[in-house]
Unconditional design. Structure first.
Length: 511
């Protein structure tokens, strides 16, 4: 029997009085997880030297974290639905702190790589629990917009904060503090969450765990992320790279087939097939490809070509952070209750693409103030404006029992996008650099200048791809996402396992 307007909206429940305090600790935990993805990059050369890690194995300090985090996110989201988000959140935080302590105290390569894999595993518990807690605690539309604005700004800008913090810690202390710094973050967030967060009752999914789904999704995602990592080092046509991509396709296809048949799936396909959520996962994952590639290029450009110190490089990213915070909290959050989300996400990605377009003009002698600063501001404003409604829509219309796994999907799209972006754009840049050297070597009089010009040409070539990817993200957001402005939505925060966060469609705004 179809729902009527009378049955569509559950009776209002009193909002959690401690929800804003809870947001502080959730945001702190999210910042820790996001900045950890970049903070280690700046410390890696020092750690490699101290621990005797070979050049061939140094990528594993980054890859071990990415594989564990990306591969286990769906499992982590399901655990959050099963155990309860608060408990999963606290366990994830304490585990992350312990893994960080192990990394900071590492005395050899194996200890370092093991600690990074453990960090990724506990991050996969923590990240979906944090986002799903927001989804079930903030039920008022305007408050929800503000909360997701703050969360979106942190999700977007945390990586750049990691570059600044990593530069400070590495330059003035030592690389071990890039791990130890996580411990106070995690302990404060865990203590605050334990005493402040009150998870709404009735939202757990106590169904038996889908073991085949866990195995297939984890192996499929690990194969995908590792495939892109191998492509960066071995080339796209190598047997190992192709084999990993084929294995990933087979495993993920088998995962979808299993999920469509089992009684209690790890990832109910209804989470993916709703077009608004699907549009968010796809457009956000593609946009993150561009962002992570840019972090890498700008870091190398500023340090190697411009000769910036690690700290100065970190500060050079401040305009992007300022743009993201402004776009998320002042543009996205303020307009989210007035216009349909696609009219924030689509134009947001296009403004970010315009910032990227400026960076295609990068040259060895380019001015920071004249080119890089305005490009970063546009990129930050655009991505911040788009991230904010994307984070909120990632749990659009979801049943409370599926909130954890829906939150895991948006984290998965970002993590996989980041891994793909680093490998894909770096490979494109390396190929363009090699081709430039080959075509200009004969007439070169200054070998050092030629190398710098080739490097910058490679970055600019890859950034053109990033521009195209952001335009595709905008098109996906504008075509797939069709929900009306969130002001037309009432969200249920409680109810039984089948209770839904339903949307009341109003023809004037919901297209």
């Amino acid at each position: 029997m179809p729902k009527t307007a009378d049955t569509l909206i559950p009776g209002p429940l009193a909002p959690d009085p401690s929800r804003w305090k809870a947001l502080v600790f959730i945001a702190l935990a999210q910042l820790m997880v996001v900045l950890d993805a970049t903070i280690v990059n700046i410390a890696l050369p020092s750690a490699q030297r101290d621990l005797g890690i070979s050049d061939a194995n140094r990528q594993w300090v980054i890859t071990a974290y990415a594989l564990a985090f990306g591969g286990l996110l769906l499992f982590g989201g399901r655990i959050a639905d099963l155990w309860g988000r608060k408990r999963t959140f606290v366990v994830g935080l304490l585990g992350f702190a312990a893994a960080s302590a192990l990394g900071g105290a590492a005395t050899n390569e194996a200890m370092m790589l093991g600690s990074r894999a453990l960090q990724g595993a506990f991050g996969a518990l923590l990240a979906p629990a944090a986002l799903s807690l927001l989804a079930v605690m903030f039920t008022d539309v305007k408050e929800r917009a503000k909360a997701f604005g703050i969360y979106g700004a942190i999700a977007g800008g945390g990586g750049a904060v990691g570059l600044i913090l990593g530069g400070f810690l590495t330059e003035y202390l030592n690389w071990r503090w890039t791990f130890f710094v996580n411990i106070p973050f995690a302990v404060v967030a865990a203590a605050g969450a334990y005493f402040v967060i009150r998870e709404p009752a009735g939202g757990r999914n106590r169904s038996p765990l889908d073991i085949p789904g866990v195995v297939l999704s984890t192996l499929g995602l690990v194969s995908l992320v590792y495939g892109f990592t191998r492509a960066e080092s071995d080339g796209w046509a190598s047997g190992a790279t192709v084999g990993l991509f084929v294995a990933s396709a087979v495993l993920l296809a088998a995962f979808v087939a299993v999920e469509s048949k089992v009684k209690h799936p790890l990832l109910p396909l209804r989470v993916l097939t709703e077009r608004n959520r699907g549009g968010v996962y796809l457009s956000l994952g593609l946009a993150v490809i561009s962002m992570f590639g840019l972090f890498l290029f700008l870091t190398y450009y500023l340090q190697i070509v411009k000769g910036f110190s690690p700290v100065k490089t970190g500060f050079a990213f401040l305009p992007m952070i300022a743009g993201m915070i402004t776009g998320s909290t002042q543009i996205g959050a303020r307009l989210m209750t007035r216009v349909p989300p696609r009219l924030l996400m689509g134009p947001g990605f296009l403004v970010a693409a315009l910032g990227m377009l400026l960076l295609t003009q990068l040259e060895v002698g380019s001015s920071y103030a004249g080119l890089i600063l305005p490009a970063q501001l546009l990129l930050g404003l655009g991505m911040g404006t788009a991230f904010m409604p994307a984070m909120s829509l990632s749990t659009h219309g979801i049943e409370p029992r599926d909130a954890g796994v829906a939150s895991a999907m948006v984290n998965t799209s970002q993590q996989v996008g980041g891994a793909i972006g680093t490998a894909l754009l770096n490979t494109i840049a390396a190929s363009a650099t090699t081709a430039y050297v080959a075509s200009h070597a004969a007439g070169a009089t200054n070998e050092q200048l030629l190398r710098a010009q080739a490097m910058v040409h490679g970055y600019a070539s890859a950034i053109w791809w990033a521009v195209g990817i952001l335009v595709v993200s905008a098109v996906i957001a504008l075509t797939l996402i069709n929900t009306g402005r969130p002001g037309a939505t009432t969200v249920a925060s409680g109810g039984g396992e089948g209770a839904a966060e339903d949307e009341l469609k109003i023809p004037a705004v919901a297209h």
